[in-house]
Design a binder for this molecule. Structure first.
Ligand SMILES: Nc1ncnc2c1ncn2[C@@H]1O[C@H](COP(=O)(O)OP(=O)(O)OP(=O)(O)O)[C@@H](O)[C@H]1O
Ligand SMILES: [Mg+2]
Length: 265
C-alpha cells in the first residue's frame, strides 16, 4: 500500500490537489482512502460529502484508542506488533464513499473553545494507518490531506511514507514553509519528496522554486493557475466536475502518472 501525505502553506492548494488526484487515481481502478486531518475538514467537502453528515474519529477518540491500543499505554505500545484488532470493522464505521468511489475518513475538529490541541487525534490517525498498512489489503493508496504548516510532521504522522507532496506557490513565505516541511519529512525518512508548484502563471516561477529550494528538475511538478478552480471552489464544486479539461486538471494528471509509475514498479 502506497502512503502519501500532502503538506504546505495555508492556501497553497493541498486540498484541491489531493481531492482531484484521489478521484483521478480511483477512476484508474486504485482503491483510495483519503484521510482528512485538517480540523477545517475541507477535503470531505471537496469530495462531495457535507461534513455535518460524517462521523469523525475525534468524536469517538477514547473508544477507538481503546480498541487500537488495547490495555497498552502510548509508551509501551509495540508498533512492530500491533494487537490483532478488527480494523475492517473500525473502518466500516468511519469511511464514507465520496465521488468516484474514493473512500474518506475524517479526523475531526476541535469541539469547543479551550478544548486543547489536536495532537491526540493526530496520533490516533497515525496508529490507524499503521494498522491499515499491516492488517488489511482494503486500499491500494492512502492519501493524507493535512492542516497548513508543519505540525502534522512534527507529530510524526508520516514516518516511512512513500511520498510527501509539498504543495507550494512561488513566493517567499510559501517556499519557506515548503523548505521546513521538506526538512521534517527527511527526518521522518519519507522516501520521495515531490514539490508541486501550484497556481503557476509563467515559466519563471518554476525556476524560482527550483533555485530557492535547491531542487533537481525531476522532483518538481508544475500545476498551472486556472481561475475556474477558485470559481468552482466558491460554488462548493471541484474543477474536475466543472471543467475537466482545465489545464490544472491536466497537470494533476501528471502527478497521477508519477504515482501510477511507482504502483507498477
Ligand atoms: N491551480 C489553481 N488555480 C487557481 N486556483 C487554485 C489552484 N489551486 C488551488 N486554488 C485555489 O486556492 C485556494 C486554496 O486552495 P486549497 O483550499 O486547495 O488550499 P489548501 O492548501 O488546502 O488550504 P488550507 O491550508 O487552508 O487547507 C482555493 O480557493 C482554491 O480554489
Ligand atoms: Mg486544505
Amino acid at each position: 500500500m502506497i502512503r502519501i501525505i500532502a503538506t504546505g502553506k495555508g492556501g497553497a492548494g493541498k486540498t484541491t490537489v489531493i481531492a482531484t488526484l484521489s478521484r483521478l487515481l480511483s477512476r484508474k481502478g486504485y482503491r483510495i482512502l483519503a484521510i482528512d486531518t485538517d480540523p477545517s475538514m475541507n477535503l470531505a467537502m471537496s469530495l462531495g460529502i457535507p461534513f455535518t453528515t460524517i462521523r469523525t474519529l475525534a468524536e469517538d477518540k477514547i473508544g477507538i484508542r481503546e480498541q487500537l491500543f488495547g490495555n497498552d499505554s502510548d509508551d509501551d505500545y509495540d508498533h512492530d506488533h500491533p494487537p490483532n484488532i478488527d480494523i475492517e470493522e473500525i473502518l466500516r464505521q468511519y469511511e464514507v464513499y465520496a465521488y468516484d468511489d474514493v473512500r474518506v475518513v475524517v479526523m475531526g475538529t476541535i469541539p469547543y473553545g479551550g478544548a486543547g490541541c489536536i495532537c491526540s487525534s493526530i496520533s490516533l490517525v497515525k496508529l490507524l494507518i499503521e494498522h491499515i498498512a499491516s492488517q488489511t489489503d482494503r486500499y491500494d493508496i492512502v492519501i493524507v490531506d493535512s492542516q497548513a504548516g508543519s505540525e502534522i510532521l512534527g507529530r510524526g504522522l508520516a514516518v516511512d511514507y512513500d511520498y510527501n507532496l509539498v504543495i507550494t506557490e512561488a513566493f517567499p513565505k510559501s517556499m519557506e514553509v515548503a523548505r521546513h516541511v521538506m526538512k521534517l519529512a527527511g527526518d521522518l525518512r519519507i522516501k520521495r519528496q515531490v514539490v508541486i508548484v501550484n497556481k503557476v502563471k509563467n515559466g519563471n516561477e518554476v525556476g524560482k522554486v527550483i533555485q530557492e529550494l535547491s531542487l533537481t528538475g525531476d522532483t518538481v511538478i508544475p500545476v498551472r493557475y486556472d481561475e475556474q478552480v477558485a470559481e468552482a471552489d466558491r460554488n462548493g464544486q471541484l474543477i474536475l466536475d466543472t471543467a475537466p479539461e482545465s489545464m490544472t486538471v491536466c497537470d494533476i494528471r501528471g502527478i497521477m502518472d508519477m504515482i501510477q509509475g511507482s504502483c507498477q514498479s
